[in-house]
Design a protein around this ligand. Sequence first.
Ligand SMILES: Cc1ncc(COP(=O)(O)O)c(C=O)c1O
Length: 373
Amino acid sequence: MDYETPQFFRVMKYASEADRDVVDMVSGSPDWEPPEALREGLHTYADATPGEFQYQASVGLPELREEIAARRGVERSQVIITNGTGEANHLAMTEGYRTMPGEEILLVDPVYPYYAGRASIIGADASYVPVDETGHLDPDTVAEYAGAETSVIVINSPNNPLGVTYDADTIRAVVEIAEENDAVLLSDEVYDHFDYADRFASVLSVDSPNRIVTNAYSKSMAITGWRVGYAVFPHPDGPNGELMERARTRHMLTNVTGSRPAQTAVLHALRNTGPEYYEATRELLTDRIEAITAALDGVGAEYTEPEGAFYVMARFPDYPGTFDNVERLIDEAGVAGMPGEAFGQSRAEWIRFALVTPRVETAAERLEAFFHE
Ligand SMILES: Cc1ncc(COP(=O)(O)O)c(C=O)c1O
């Protein structure tokens, strides 16, 4: 698989050019409303003085860094505001690879393809830890794959593409594996608000100088187009402190800084949005999960139990999730998902559906009709 060419666009293009109505469940862009306070914050910013339209500190709006640090139980000096989780992951992977002694980056299979593409462009060797049958990560398997050659271990929970969430024991064990191998653990927690099984544990719950946590408001506030995320690095004055300094420099030389209106509005939204906003989103998604899994049960498909994020990955009897079969599903059923082979080897026969459309029920009905024929 050539991970440097994202396959999402290929499937989305095929679906948009189809000669029929298609329910698009390809990529992970939320279809629901952002918090009200976010729109309010942006409206207010439109009337700011010209001075407030100029550069801010490269590492991000000080009040936003402070707010994040307080919420996450870390110091402000550990937080860098980035252009989404994407940039945060890039800083963490590149600087982890450059700083730690190993030459290899350890990823999980199935993989979020951007990790694999990034490992490739920075010239790192990538090695893939397979998940267990239930889609979870077994720390003993991670320990088998990790070694002196490992510089960065990348995990993502709640997980894209599988929709599983790792428990606190797994998280603790993987931090220890990173420490034992003089590696850093990069934990991408962009789906932390989408935890339906009450299972999510942040890597920030385990104190260690070998952890980097990345996150964003892209999914939790339904603003993938705004590009506001962050990374929490080891304390700059402690062990592995140079990671933060190097990430700051790379961020500055690449972006100068991030978007000030977006960061200001996110800060306003953080301060003025209650838990009921996130609860309502989870309820919406729980209904969608029920609709799609009922259809999958109905046609005898195997699927990974959705515990988090907003994806369901399934294997249909005698219908491997290849690009050809996904295109056939678009043409003949009117449902677009992502081929499992885009995410590596271990779920190559599966298809991933992103539940970010109000038409999940229609998709469920169409899948039932198609596979019952
Ligand atoms: C696991 C994972 N990490 C990162 C991203 C990108 O997040 P952002 O839009 O905040 O850069 C995505 C987007 O789908 C994702 O699934």
